[in-house]
Design a protein around this ligand. Sequence first.
Ligand SMILES: NC(=O)c1ccc[n+]([C@@H]2O[C@H](COP(=O)([O-])OP(=O)(O)OC[C@H]3O[C@@H](n4cnc5c(N)ncnc54)[C@H](OP(=O)(O)O)[C@@H]3O)[C@@H](O)[C@H]2O)c1
Length: 260
Amino acid sequence: MTESSRDTKTALITGAARRIGASIAKALHQRGYNVIIHYNHSKDDADCLVESLLAIRANSAVAIQANLQELSDLDRLSESATAQWGHINLLVNNASCFYPTPITDTITSQQSDNSTKLVDWNTIIDTNLRAPYFLSLSLADELRKVNGAIINLVDIYAERPLKHHSIYNISKAGIAMTTQTLARELAPEIRVNGVSPGAILWPENESTEQNAAQQRIVSQTPMARSGAPEDICEAVCYLAASSFVTGQIIKVDGGRSLYL
Ligand SMILES: NC(=O)c1ccc[n+]([C@@H]2O[C@H](COP(=O)([O-])OP(=O)(O)OC[C@H]3O[C@@H](n4cnc5c(N)ncnc54)[C@H](OP(=O)(O)O)[C@@H]3O)[C@@H](O)[C@H]2O)c1
């Protein structure tokens, strides 16, 4: 490891091959961070992003694959990420799993077989809640050494539930409490904060019916538009650079939560 690579801050961003995670990785890279682009299935996107960042600055980006549902992958990810440049300054828990899990289905399947709903529970809770918690603990010793920080991507639905998404809502309420409880546990060496997006990027391949719901959401947003990934990046970069803010969750939602 060279002297300059020790001086350069390093960030691990989960789920960073595409969409909001990729924008966060680019924003942190632009602010001088070396970035570890974690991905699960999106290898081509991750490789492409790394290539574009390396073209800007040599030895400044790398991609690492891990399935966050596997506890063994979490340990491997934290070890490989730390080994890359010898230190980690920032963990951004961005990866997430989002799909509807209507309660009516749960009740029906409970009468016969709970196994389908248990798969949904494990998939969403393990990805959105268990993985950020254990990844934070795995990296705590390294983050402590450099007075590092953790930033969790939450959701405004952590406080006011989105209909038909009970497991997702529960997972995001859990990550909100993870943010606060780890801020207490890991202080004063490590700061832990969150960003709660409103409507930023719609899920891909939405139906016409869902498009109508999107229009309703925008019409209920005081800023009268959906947000952009850059709006989230601004908040992440602020929290990464601050030194006295911990245990806070910033809503970046165009004011939508005022009406939920
Ligand atoms: N989009 C919005 O408007 C919005 C609104 C509110 C909150 N948020 C929050 O903001 C964050 C980013 O949102 P987004 O819409 O950009 O996220 P996304 O596209 O739904 O997911 C980001 C990445 O998570 C990764 N992922 C999912 N399951 C995984 C697993 N088991 N192991 C490893 N990686 C896994 C996927 O990586 P691969 O593609 O590599 O498989 C995916 O590309 C999320 O935490 C989300 O809950 C977003």
